[in-house]
Design a protein around this ligand. Structure first.
Ligand SMILES: N[C@@H](CCC(=O)N[C@@H](CS)C(=O)NCC(=O)O)C(=O)O
Length: 232
């Protein structure tokens, strides 16, 4: 609901519980950031499956919520000042849900900024670069004969893995205590498995990263959230 009127997206994805946070997503590395966060914080929510097909993400109803035609997006009927708030961009959603719940954004102002720093590192670095690696290594770009795009993104992925591996030395989580920075980062590190790119980046050589992703995947909220919305 926005200004007491149903949001236009609800014409296509109706809300059964309009008093709960409405999540529009698909279980990709970006999508599961939102569902894992909602599971970690126990905020009540209702998930809606929006597939990556143009018929869904480019539908007028979805574009009314995210003009950038990408999942995830949310509507909180009870946002700041008790008013509805619609949001897209997974990093913005993580920050919002952390502030709303008072969870996973550290204890002090300095913690918050360090966590935000690693969140931005994922949003501006690991996500876009690994996404391009997936395109040129597994998907349509893998048919391109020129080796330079693949080499560029393989090398950039290795460089980023080295940054993360070094930061994790002697630590369980990327920015101190478990935080939204981990919820942003770990699903993208794990995406190298889906891309079949673990061997080409030398995954097993990044021991701290390997242990980190395993640690993240063992969390019960991660186990639940990574399968939401259900694709069934
Ligand atoms: N920067 C955005 C990226 C979101 C994104 O790339 N979503 C992909 C799935 S992982 C998507 O919806 N793709 C559909 C399309 O581009 O048509 C975020 O973090 O929310």
């Amino acid at each position: 609901m926005l200004d007491n009127k149903p949001h236009p997206i609800m014409a296509r994805w109706p809300a059964q519980s309009p008093d709960k946070i409405q999540l529009y997503s698909y279980p990709t590395p970006n999508g599961v950031k939102a569902s894992i966060m909602l599971e970690e914080t126990s905020l009540p929510y209702e998930p809606h499956l929006v597939t990556l097909s143009d018929a869904d993400v480019k539908s007028p109803e979805f574009l009314s919520l995210n003009p950038n035609n990408k999942i995830p997006a949310i509507i909180d009927p009870n946002g700041p000042d008790g008013k509805p708030l619609a949001l897209f961009e997974s990093g913005a959603i993580l920050l919002y849900l952390a502030e709303k719940s008072g969870k996973l954004l550290g204890q002090s102002a300095a913690d918050k900024h360090r966590i935000t720093q690693w969140l931005m590192f994922q949003m501006g670095g690991v996500g876009p670069m690994f996404g391009q690696l997936g395109f040129f290594y597994k998907f349509a770009g893998s048919e391109i004969e020129d080796p330079r795009p693949r080499e560029r993104y393989v090398n950039e992925a290795k460089r980023l893995l080295n940054v993360v591996n070094t930061q994790l030395e002697g630590k369980d989580w990327i920015a101190g205590d478990y935080s939204i920075a981990d919820i942003a980062l770990a699903p993208w590190l794990n995406a190298l498995d889906f891309y079949g790119a673990k061997e080409v980046v030398g995954w097993d050589g990044y021991a701290n990263v390997v242990a980190y992703v395993d640690r993240f995947m063992q969390r019960p909220a991660v186990q639940r959230g990574k399968a939401i919305p259900s694709r069934a």
